[in-house]
Design a protein. Sequence first.
Length: 173
Amino acid sequence: MSLRAVSFAVLAAALMGASSASAQSTPEEWVRLGERVHGGFGTFIALGIRIGQDAVKQLGAQPRELDVTYYDGVATPCPCVADGIMIATFASPGQGTLRVAADKAPPELMGAVVIRSRKTGEALRYTIPDALRPKLAEWNKANDPLGRYRVVMAEPEQNAFAREALSRKFVPR
């Protein structure tokens, strides 16, 4: 079995074990799910969960109703944020509803993501300022996994990300 097939199998098993409504998950459940899907739980995963939960709420979506395109920053170690978004929205590469774009986010951003409702066509763009990246790294060193989750969730929204509505005709490149 290829590494890709094993990754999809692990993801599917993890998502099937998740609660059907992400808003009902406890911090401990998010941490366990993030560890299971990503192999560890850091602040980048927590940030992705926060963005994913916000998109679910803003777009009034149910699991598997969202399409996600993530643009990683030029200085980030990997697109870990996308894994957090994936578990919060139930989007996945295997369903064709989550992709990490080959294009990078602009240099002033740690990442950017476009999340679209497959049902209504409504879409949001989230941008993550690169200024947040050193704080996330510091919080990873100073906290255990549950502490990492809590510190990211407590950070004021305006410091964590910006959200903007997009035209229904917008198509991610």
